[in-house]
Design a protein around this ligand. Structure first.
Ligand SMILES: Nc1ncnc2c1ncn2[C@@H]1O[C@H](COP(=O)(O)OP(=O)(O)OP(=O)(O)O)[C@@H](O)[C@H]1O
Ligand SMILES: [Mg+2]
Length: 277
C-alpha cells in the first residue's frame, strides 16, 4: 500500500467510525487504574440493567489482551465476519464484541499499543452496532493506549471509574479521574466496588477492604459518587458461570446497587441530552 492508499484507507475508516458513533446516543467508558477491581463486572451488569429498562445496549470489550466480557456473559462463539462487516454477539439482549471470540482459547496476545488501538478502531468502524441507546466500553486496567484510542474515536460522554475502598486502589483511581478530566469527558462518576462483605453465614457485614474511599475520592475530585457495591460471593460464582447477578438475583443488595447506579447515569443523560453531543 503506498502512502496515498494508506491515507485514503485511514480517511475511510475515520468516516465509518464517525458514522457508528453518530448512531450511539450514550457512550460510557468503564476504567479504573488498578486491575481486578470489578470493571468488567460493572460493565456487564450495567449493560443488562439498561437493556431491562428498554434501552438498546452494547458492550465493546476494549481489553484486547485480557478480554473477559464473553466469559462473564457466557459467550463461547466466534463472531460472524461478513465481507465488510462484523456482526456483534447478542446475549441477554445485549450486543457485544470482544477480541476473545477472535482468538483461540488460551492463546496469548502480545501486542504493542498501536496494534491494540487498531483493533479498537475496527470494533467501531466495522462492527454492525446499528442504532444504540447505550454503548459501554470495558477497558483494561491502567491508563494506557486503549483509553486514548477510545477517547479519541468513541467520544465517550460518561466515564465510570471503578475503585475498591483501599487506599492503593483509590490512588490509582485518582489517576484515572485526572486522565478522564484531561480527556475532557463531560461527566465522571465513581463506583466503589467490593465495599463490605455480607457474611454468608451470620449475615453481618465485614469491612474486608474498608469503606468510603470512593465517596471521599468523588468529594475531593468534584466528581459524582454513583454508589457502592458490596462483595457478594454469588456475584463471583455467577460471573464465572457467565450469568450476570442482576439477572440471576434480581432483588439482592448487589443488584439494587447496580440499579441505583444505572438510574443515576440515566438521569444524568435525561437532564443533559441537549448539552452533550
Ligand atoms: N462485588 C463483587 N462481589 C464479589 N465478587 C466480585 C465483585 N465484583 C467483582 N467480583 C469478582 O472479582 C473478580 C474481578 O472482577 P472483574 O474481572 O470484573 O475486575 P476487572 O477490574 O475487570 O479486572 P481486570 O483489571 O483484570 O480487567 C471476578 O472474579 C469477579 O467475579
Ligand atoms: Mg476486566
Amino acid at each position: 500500500m503506498d502512502q496515498l492508499d494508506k491515507q485514503k484507507a485511514f480517511e475511510e475508516e475515520t468516516k465509518r467510525i464517525s458514522d457508528t458513533v453518530s448512531k450511539i446516543k450514550h457512550r460510557i467508558i468503564i476504567f479504573s487504574g488498578k486491575g481486578g477491581v470489578g470493571k468488567t463486572t460493572v460493565s456487564i451488569n450495567l449493560a443488562c440493567i439498561f437493556h431491562m429498562k428498554g434501552f438498546s445496549t452494547g458492550i465493546l470489550d476494549a481489553d484486547i489482551t485480557g478480554p473477559n466480557v464473553p466469559k462473564m456473559l457466557g459467550v463461547d462463539d466466534r463472531p460472524i465476519v461478513l465481507s465488510d462487516k462484523i456482526l456483534p454477539f447478542e446475549k441477554f439482549g445485549v450486543k457485544m464484541i470482544s477480541m476473545a471470540g477472535l482468538l483461540n482459547k488460551g492463546q496469548p496476545l502480545i501486542w504493542r499499543g498501536p496494534l491494540r488501538s487498531k483493533v479498537i478502531n475496527q470494533f467501531l468502524a466495522d462492527v454492525e452496532w446499528g442504532e444504540l441507546d447505550y454503548l459501554i466500553a470495558d477497558l483494561p486496567p491502567g491508563t494506557g493506549d486503549e483509553i486514548l484510542s477510545i477517547a479519541q474515536q468513541m467520544k465517550p460522554n460518561y466515564a465510570v471509574i471503578v475503585t475498591t475502598p483501599q487506599e492503593v486502589s483509590v490512588i490509582d483511581a485518582e489517576r484515572a479521574v485526572a486522565m478522564a478530566k484531561e480527556l475532557q469527558i463531560p461527566s465522571i462518576g465513581i463506583v466503589e466496588n467490593m465495599s463490605g462483605l455480607i457474611c454468608p453465614h451470620c449475615g453481618k457485614e465485614i469491612d474486608l477492604f474498608g469503606k468510603g474511599g470512593g465517596k471521599k475520592l468523588a468529594r475531593e475530585s468534584s466528581t459524582i459518587f454513583l454508589g457502592s457495591i458490596p462483595i457478594d460471593i454469588d456475584a463471583r460464582i455467577l460471573s464465572d458461570k457467565g450469568k450476570p447477578i442482576v439477572l440471576e438475583k434480581p432483588d439482592c443488595e448487589v443488584t439494587n446497587a447496580f440499579k441505583s447506579i444505572a438510574g443515576l447515569i440515566d438521569a444524568y443523560y435525561q437532564e443533559n441530552t441537549i448539552k452533550i453531543k
